[in-house]
Write a protein that binds this ligand. Sequence first.
Ligand code: AMP
Length: 435
Amino acid sequence: MKVLVIGSGGREHALVWKLAQSPHATRIWCAPGNAGIARERLAGNHSAVECLQVGAEDLAALLAFAREHQPDLTVVGPDNPLASGIVDLFQRNNLRIWGPNQKAARFESSKVFAQRFMEEHGIPTASSGSFTDPKAALAFAASLDGRCAVKADGLALGKGVLMCGTLAEAEKAIDEILVHQTFGNAGTSIVIQEFLEGMEISLHALCDGTTARLFPTSQDHKRALEGDLGLNTGGMGTYSPTPFLDDAGCASVERQVLGPWLRGCAAENIDFRGILYPGLMLTPAGPKVLEFNARFGDPETQVYLTRLENDLVELLDASVSGQLHRVELKWRPEVAVCVVMASGGYPGSYAKGKPIRGLEEAGRLPNTKVFHAGTADAAGAIVTHGGRVLGVTAWGADLSAARETAYAAVDRIQFEGAQFRRDIGAKALTGGLRR
Ligand code: AMP
């Protein structure tokens, strides 16, 4: 089977790495990929993964490539091409593609839609309101004493959520998004949610239009600095499973979130084939959905795919063809940890082109996989090429062992300005059930 993967981050490296292990894969392209993806080989025939000079958002060029080379399956990593309708476009051209279509991708591309859907179908979420009028928005924020999350409706490079502790902050956030349109069209409407306190975890479910298969739990670390301080980032590290939601909790989330979500999709004629990734806050009043994403998380994918036992080509194929009811997901019992190494200055501005040393040494450690995110080749050397540079991933019998290996690998890698958190997974050792 010839497979085309779209995207260039750590998530896509993990997807390519896992797809390349499948005996079904005979050729893999990645558009545009990165230096780590370009070094992967297929287990079946030892051919190299081929990176293409085609951007993940260049739908016309992606379609032209696919029409010429006829991949048997295209796998979409990032949210933007999904929101732009790449799945519908490929389907219209009789090309088999994995990911939600444009209507289904609205769970992520419109927060107003997702919030309305949750409320209408009884999915537990924050109390909220949707607004286009700043005065009405401010009145609602005032009813929450200003303690709220102000969210741009559309995709805003992960920056469209402003957390507010006071009414003055809420007013500034409403002004920024609705009045000054800092996020452009993404901010013509906003959702305001009450500020939820609790432990935040990530869930993923693979869906095929009628069946949703829940993954084990994982937890991301959004803030740039240790102790959950500093600016929000795309994610500085993950581990899976997390002790903060046990098996009974997962079963109850399946009943309270996935059940009504599937029924709602059926009622609204939404054919969701892809990953539904709810961000969940575990509050004293029970789990509540903060948001839905409609693709694999990054860096959640890195820990999930190192634990997944199934053949990923078969799983994604079953998701496209509505056959997930025949499939059982199988997971290694090991705990996996991914530590993100980022460029100095991230999530603000940062330099690119810094040579990375120690990758081979780190990669030789047992139970370790160094996924590349923002890397590139420069005259034979691997250099930094993005904010998040590497996702150093390791697994072990328990969280302590996995962390120890992950950090041993991190300590072998150097590049100028490297920035990472030493406390990925630490909360689970001190604050939750130890496994
Ligand atoms: P979102 O993209 O909507 O998940 O928001 C980004 C991040 O903001 C989440 O991962 C949470 O850490 C935080 N957040 C969003 N909504 C809320 C809320 N209602 N209460 C507390 N934190 C929130």
